[in-house]
Every structure is written in C-alpha cells, then in structure tokens.
Design a protein around this ligand. Structure first.
Ligand SMILES: [Zn+2]
Length: 273
C-alpha cells in the first residue's frame, strides 16, 4: 500500500529530478507526520489537487506523484499546480500495517479515517450537521473506521491544513481525488459556480467518467462542498476506477490514464478561463 514512506521516497525523487518544483509542509497529522504539498509551475492561476483523504484510496496518492514526475519541467503556461498527495498519512500507515489502529477500531482492513477515527471528507464546514445526522441514522455516533465526521467542522489537523492553505492561496479550482466509481461530482447543494460548465464540457469530451451528483451522506461536509460554498469557485470530486477499495495495483495503468487525462483537462480549462 502507498503510505508515508512511499511518499517521502517520491518527494526525494521530485527533489532530484524535478528541480523546478518545490515542496513544503502545510501542516501535520494527528501523529505529527507532515502533510506535504508540491508546487509545480509559476502561472498566475492556481489549481489545487488533493488525494489521500481516505486511507484505502492511496492509489490516487501514487497517481498524483507519478503525474508530477511527468509534468512539464517548465510547468504549464499561466497555471500553478498545488498538489497535496497524501492528506491522511496516519490512516495510510494504519492500512499499510505500520501503525497500530486505535483501540476502538475493528481492524485496519476497512480503515478510511484519520488516527482519531474521523473521516476527513466528512469534516469540512458545509452542511456538517446534516451529514452528521445522516451518519447517526446509520448508527455511527463516534470515532469509527469510516464516515464519522468529528465533533465539529475542521476539528482535525488534516482538514485545517487544507483550510489554511486555501486562506493563503487564491485557488481558481479545486479537485479531490478519491476511489471508486468512475464518476465526477461538481456541485454543492444546488450551487454550481461560474465556470463549472467549461470544465464539464471538457470532461465530457475527454473522459468516459459519469458526471453526476452525490447522494446521501456523501452530499455534505466534503472538501468539494466546502470549497464551492466558501469560495464560489469550481470544485470537483473525481471517483477514479471501479471495484472494491483498496483497488488493486493492477488497475494503476488505467487509473493513471483516466486521471491524467482529467487533470490535463482541469489545467487546460483553468488556463483558458
Ligand atoms: Zn474517498
């Protein structure tokens, strides 16, 4: 499984082979591990891509680092890419068997949350208590391997790292990479920011992924939801691949091709807007 060790190794490779890129820590996980962001390019427009909210989905962390290795050395005209490959390093290390899960857990096989048992993509400030109520209806009232959103929005250091990054950099677009379902989500609670259509049009041209609206507990308190609500700028959740999480690495070539095509389209559309 792709986890913190693998990320550090890839960051060293970035340092050696992609000298024009830089990386920095945007905060720390519950256990004090760095949450890294790689900056590529120098354009005036800013695109944010985040992977690894969920620890069974770090195939997208690996994808994002591979994408950066193949990113043009001199960047892409007009756009700066900020990539956060692994937002939940502790969760990833639990799934990889490197950190023992906390006592309340069943086991590490179904672990999607951070170390405190909070599902990071249920911890953003957008319909937080609506999402909490829906999850309670499913019988989840406290720390859990999945779906528990925490006591309050941004209660977790990992989501606060994203909040702080967005306060510092005026992003024109934000993308969260998850698995699975081969779907693209683009709106929040009826809000569709100006410019969203241009992205969707491009996605329809270049991708077979279904453009859709999330249902149930997935429709509030996620990164895309909060970004749309807070900044009124386009944001997307990409659900890559098909199968049961964690997706097998045999699917990596296909996921690479699908997601690289989509991220290329995000950057191209951002450049033109
Ligand atoms: Zn996910």
């Amino acid at each position: 499984m792709y986890a913190y060790h693998e990320l550090i190794y890839d960051l060293i490779r970035i340092d050696v082979f992609q000298k024009e890129m830089s990386f920095f820590s945007i905060g720390h996980s519950c256990l004090g591990q760095n949450i890294y962001c790689v900056k590529a390019g120098t354009g005036a427009k800013n695109a944010l891509v985040v992977a690894g909210h969920h620890s069974l989905e770090t195939i997208l962390s690996r994808f994002l680092m591979e994408y950066l290795f193949r990113f043009p050395k001199d960047g892409v005209q007009d756009v700066t890419l900020y990539a956060v490959p692994l937002l939940n390093p502790d969760g990833a290390d639990i799934v990889a068997g490197r950190i023992k899960p906390p006592d309340y857990s069943s086991d590490r096989i179904d672990w999607q949350a951070n170390y405190r048992g909070v599902d990071l993509n249920h911890n953003y400030d957008a319909g937080f208590f609506l999402a909490k109520k829906k999850v309670e209806d499913e019988g989840i009232f406290g720390p859990n391997p999945t779906k528990y959103g925490g006591e309050a929005p941004f209660s977790e250091p990992e989501t606060r790292a994203i909040q702080n990054l967005c306060k510092k950099i005026p992003f024109d677009v934000a993308v969260a990479l998850h698995s699975q379902g081969e779907e693209i989500y683009y709106e929040y609670d009826g809000m569709i920011p100006t410019g969203t259509d241009a992205y969707l049009q491009k996605f329809k041209e270049i991708s077979h992924y279904k453009i859709t609206k999330p249902k149930g507990t997935a429709s509030h308190a996620g990164m895309k939801d909060w970004f749309i609500k807070t900044y009124g700028k386009p944001a997307f959740t990409i659900e890559a691949g098909v199968g049961k999480n964690p997706l097998p690495h045999t699917l990596f070539p296909r996921i690479y091709r699908d997601c690289a095509t989509i991220l290329d389209a995000v950057i191209e559309t951002t450049r033109k807007l």
